[in-house]
Design a protein around this ligand. Structure first.
Ligand SMILES: [Zn+2]
Length: 255
């Protein structure tokens, strides 16, 4: 697929990068990303995915914008308070780039609607705020052979990884966290607090990880680094990566 002249101009700074180039940019334009959660992580991730020219975006969130979200969920303004996040986020994309196709889904992804929402996704980016949804999203991706970018945050700590658990040699998100649905999660943001700039960093890092997957096979930047978890520390600023092992007994991706 070749890009129209106005698209070439819009994405000139990507195209001039040898590691992205015209082929990488075309791959982004041909991609469909399903974003789970339009909150602290999803909001900056969406901004950079849309800015990168990801051609099709499906935004899934069953929550509405609350005034306390404005501290970190950068696409929303006070006039969005009370509006479903997925719809307000889709409106943001339409204002930003009419060349992108965007769909809002005001639902929580689970076993019953995954078949309707996910089938032709090239990638799912999960930045939701609870373990039950994270595990449901991961299982749905494994079952449909869809790569998953998973990003999470608590207080000053973030973590981001790409998963391809449908592959024999690759772990899934469930291999990483196990089956404990009741572990602490970011539903506790309200009680524990979270630094706004920190979710921005984790969300944009997740967008970069998603782009790695989307240009894989088209451009040199496309090394998905599946199964490598990057831990981002905002308190003692730094980053490190650890390998996640595949769990042979995993109920989603195990043998
Ligand atoms: Zn697994």
């Amino acid at each position: 697929m070749s890009l129209a002249p106005e698209r070439l101009a819009r994405f000139a700074r990507h195209i001039v990068l040898p590691e992205i180039g015209g082929a990488g940019q075309a791959a982004l334009a041909n991609s469909h990303v399903v974003l789970i959660g339009c909150g602290g992580i999803g909001s900056p991730a969406l901004q950079y995915l849309a800015a990168a020219g990801v051609g099709r975006l499906t935004l899934v969130d069953d929550d509405v914008v609350d005034v306390s979200n404005l501290q970190r969920q950068t696409i929303f303004t006070p006039s969005d308070v009370g509006t479903p996040k997925a719809e307000a986020a889709a409106e943001w994309v339409r204002r930003f780039d009419l060349g992108l196709e965007v769909t809002a889904v005001v639902e929580r992804l689970g076993g019953d609607n995954a078949d309707r929402i996910l089938p032709d996704a090239d990638l799912v980016l999960d930045g939701c705020d609870n373990f039950a949804t994270r595990l449901a999203v991961s299982d749905a991706c494994v079952a449909r052979a869809i790569p998953l970018t998973s990003a999470a945050i608590g207080r000053f700590q973030g973590q981001v990884a790409n998963f391809a658990g449908h592959r024999e040699d690759q772990p899934c998100y469930r291999c990483f966290v196990g089956d404990a649905f009741d572990a602490q999660d970011c539903d506790t943001c309200a009680a524990d607090g979270v630094l706004g700039a920190m979710v921005g960093m984790v969300g944009t890092f997740a967008a970069m990880h998603a782009i790695r997957v989307l240009v894989h096979g088209h451009a040199a930047f496309g090394d998905p680094k599946y199964g490598s978890l990057t831990l981002i520390d905002g308190m003692n600023p730094g980053m490190r990566s650890i390998r996640i092992a595949k769990d042979p007994a995993c109920s989603a991706c195990g043998a």
